[in-house]
Design a protein around this ligand. Structure first.
Ligand SMILES: Nc1ncnc2c1ncn2[C@@H]1O[C@H](COP(=O)(O)OP(=O)(O)OP(=O)(O)O)[C@@H](O)[C@H]1O
Ligand SMILES: [Mg+2]
Length: 339
């Protein structure tokens, strides 16, 4: 593990750094077969925790199986053994040059028009519903983990991985790493078992609130973590309609149902959230991504193996039958081709 990684890491050639979080640095890199990738390298102090790196690897293996157009495609993850006996953990994913929702919000003065929020919200809700159906909880939904294929095509990133590194015990000074501001009340208790899909629904509500209003009352660098935890546990989220009177009341109602402090009062599934968001979009005539894009699998349409095997098999069978016919005619006495 290096403070500054060498320009060639295993089969990856580092091109430039594209981002940095509390736990890792992200580089644009090139791989001989994957092409351009985003290579995430955990910071050395994270790598020193062997228990976390093991958990991280097993989560990453599980995530490799998630295939959805709105979930960042993971190429591979593992350890690169460097010549001098050192090692470097890495996560290689597809590279999205449009960056994160946090960048888009910063460029747009903090908030987006409702018409723009809706397609992004539905796509994120669909991706989360798919993950929950596969038994995966994200646990770190926030604008910097929502990447963009285009300004209206959202892709969920950092599934579970960041949070598995950001266990409560990893601290820098007295600050817990990771972003408290998007956590559900139950997540701030630090008990991993309490963090179920309802926690993702809450964090999703926080992101929607921020996209629509340009405010995130708990995302304030001047507040101590202990104060933010108190706010999350004791104060209900302030009214979205008061913070942003231009928001449609039916959409605000969806957001607030996600933001209920008690899990039982929230939506009970991300599917239900996605359905209500679609109803809102329909009522207001907002355009949503078409089913062809959703079905296509983003930039990574799955290879139609069934079709390839079917067509290949039929061709082999046909050649075999033709060969048998020709051979049979060649050895059958009395049968002649007339010119
Ligand atoms: N696959 C990717 N393609 C393009 N840019 C990316 C990709 N992954 C990450 N980035 C960029 O790198 C930045 C940092 O990402 P990273 O996940 O390391 O940190 P974070 O999400 O901001 O915070 P933390 O992980 O510490 O909670 C992102 O905000 C984004 O701009
Ligand atoms: Mg991230």
């Amino acid at each position: 593990m290096y403070k500054t990684p060498p320009p060639q890491l295993g089969r990856y050639r580092l091109i430039r750094q594209i981002g940095a979080g509390g736990l890792a640095r992200v580089y644009l890199a090139r791989h001989p077969t994957h092409g351009q990738v985003a290579l995430k390298l955990p910071l050395p102090m994270v790598e020193q925790r062997r228990d976390l790196t093991r958990r991280f690897q097993s989560e990453a293996r599980m995530l490799k199986r998630l295939r959805h157009p709105n979930i960042l495609h993971l190429f591979e993850t593992g350890i690169i053994r460097l010549g001098d006996g050192q090692t470097q953990y890495f996560i290689a994913t597809e590279y999205l040059p449009d960056g994160a929702l946090s960048d888009l919000l910063a460029r747009s003065g903090g908030r987006l028009p409702e018409r723009h929020v809706m397609p992004l919200a539905v796509q994120i809700a669909d991706a989360l519903a798919y993950a929950h159906d596969h038994g995966v909880i994200h646990r770190d939904i926030k604008p910097s983990n929502l990447l963009l294929r285009s300004p209206t095509f959202a892709v969920l990133a950092d599934f579970g991985i960041a949070r598995s590194f950001a266990e409560q015990t990893i601290t820098r000074g007295n600050t817990v790493l990771g972003t408290l501001a998007y956590m559900s009340p139950e997540q701030t208790l630090g008990d991993r078992d309490l963090v179920r899909r309802g926690s993702d629904i809450y964090s999703f509500g926080v992101v929607l609130y921020e996209m629509l209003s340009g405010h995130q009352p708990r995302n304030n660098p001047d507040l101590l973590d202990v104060v933010v935890v108190q706010m999350i546990q004791q104060q209900p989220f302030p009214s979205l309609l008061r913070a942003a009177p231009h928001v449609s009341p039916d959409l605000a109602a969806v957001v607030h149902r996600c933001l209920q402090p008690g899990r039982a009062q929230r939506y009970d599934s991300m599917h239900a959230v996605a359905t209500d968001l679609r109803h809102v979009a329909e009522r207001h005539g907002y355009q949503l991504p078409g089913p062809d894009r959703e079905a296509m699998g983003g930039r990574h349409p799955s290879i139609p193996w069934a079709m390839i095997i079917g067509v290949g098999g039929a061709t082999v069978l046909l050649i075999f039958l033709l060969a048998v016919i020709v051979m049979t005619q060649a050895v059958t006495p009395g049968v002649r081709f007339t010119p």
